[in-house]
Write a protein that binds this ligand. Structure first.
Ligand SMILES: *Cc1c(COP(=O)(O)O)cnc(C)c1O
Length: 369
């Protein structure tokens, strides 16, 4: 018996998500001291998490025997205040990855179509395929989303959902307000638009716009955000969606009743209040991005200008360079599975980590020649 054949063909066709290599795994493979390994592979926060979030977690552990609040009242209240929306507009997820899957479960069935872009976040095709729906990937424009092409594809294929990552991972490309609004105005209101803003907190002031405020005019919009990136809580798994209450209602129906654990809920409430931590994170990323991109330029490497906390750069023999970096104790991310085989993606770390990455990269390039 081949048990894989019991799964529907669309499940068997799924290419598994390839996460960044964990530090303990690399330490085992190469016999390295974990303390010397630098991981710049998953866009995590090099400052760790807010001390206030950590204190809240310690406190929450006292009640760990109890089920979490399945309605996530405290966290939803904090989010609804922050964004001036109703509780009924907020949906909590086990990471925003969960939100993306809830959207697929709630709105896509076999035969339905979802549109996303080439080089966009890998979870969109995964979530689409897992429910037997069909993904349509449009060609990118300068590695970024081509909203004209996405609009045309959404209409032509009568799609139900369009996924947009803004900024996009792994390219770091960004769609500004004028272009985004033109797209939303042109798109029929019976097509849902998922605006995945996992890196929103990293945007400089001049790039920001009030996407949550758009909900008034565009009830087909779903904003997705996360505590994994700038808030530094990737290991806890908390994300959320802000959407029209009818959309939120459907997402809640397919949600596991206790999808966000109690420690995570408590930490997220505290993290949301710690604006100073998010500001420090933003500032560190600004200077780190300048450091890394200058370093790449000095090495003669082209990079895609990024508004996230990571940057993708082009390097000859990317796969070989990736492995050499591993041997030097530096973990970056290959993006061949994003149809970018000549690129590697590096997350922005502390000044020291960035320097370590740049010197390891120089060495790896020298050795591979
Ligand atoms: C990291 C990331 C997410 C999801 O992260 P979670 O940890 O599941 O919240 C979502 N979208 C994009 C574009 C990302 O890069």
């Amino acid at each position: 018996m081949n048990y894989t054949e019991l799964a529907p063909s669309y499940i068997r066709a799924i290419a598994p998500y390839q996460p960044g290599k964990p530090i303990p795994e690399l330490a085992r493979e190469f016999g390295l001291d974990p303390a010397t390994i630098v991981k710049l592979a998953s866009n995590e926060n090099p400052l760790g998490a807010s001390p206030r979030a950590i204190a809240a977690m310690h406190e929450a552990i006292a009640s760990i025997a109890l089920y979490p609040d399945g309605n996530g009242f405290d966290l939803k209240s904090a989010l609804s205040q922050r964004y001036a929306v109703e509780l009924t507009n907020v949906v909590l997820g086990n990471g925003s990855n969960d939100i993306l899957e809830l959207i697929a479960h709630a709105f896509l069935a076999p035969g339905d179509k979802a549109v996303f872009s080439d080089h966009a976040f890998a979870v969109y095709p995964l979530a689409t395929q897992a429910v037997g729906a069909t993904g349509i990937s449009t060609k990118a424009k300068n590695y970024g989303h081509d909203l004209q092409a996405m609009l045309a594809a959404a209409i032509e294929h009568r799609s139900k959902v369009v996924f947009i990552a803004n900024p996009n991972n792994p390219t770091g490309t960004y769609i500004g307000e004028v272009e985004m609004l033109a797209f939303l105005r042109a798109l029929p209101k019976d097509i849902l638009v998922v605006l995945d803003e996992a890196y929103n907190e990293y945007l400089p002031e001049e790039y920001r716009y009030d996407s949550v405020g758009y909900l008034k005019d565009f009830p087909n919009l779903i904003i997705s955000r996360t505590f994994s990136k700038a808030y530094g809580l990737a290991g806890l798994r908390v994300g959320y969606a802000i959407a029209h209450e009818q959309v939120a209602d459907m997402l809640n129906r397919v949600r596991q009743p206790f999808n966000v654990n109690s420690v995570a809920q408590a930490a997220a409430v505290a993290a949301l209040q710690d604006k100073e931590f998010v500001r420090q994170t933003f500032l560190l990323n600004q200077s780190g991005m300048a450091q890394v991109t200058n370093g790449l330029r000095k090495l003669g490497l082209l990079h895609i200008p990024s508004l996230g906390n990571f940057v993708s750069f082009k390097v000859a023999g990317a796969g070989d360079i990736f492995r050499r970096l591993l041997q030097l104790g530096v973990i970056v991310r290959p993006v061949a599975n994003y149809a970018m085989p000549d690129f590697l993606r590096v997350s922005i770390g502390t000044e020291q980590e960035n320097a370590r990455f740049l010197s390891a990269l120089e060495q790896a390039i020298g050795e591979s020649k």
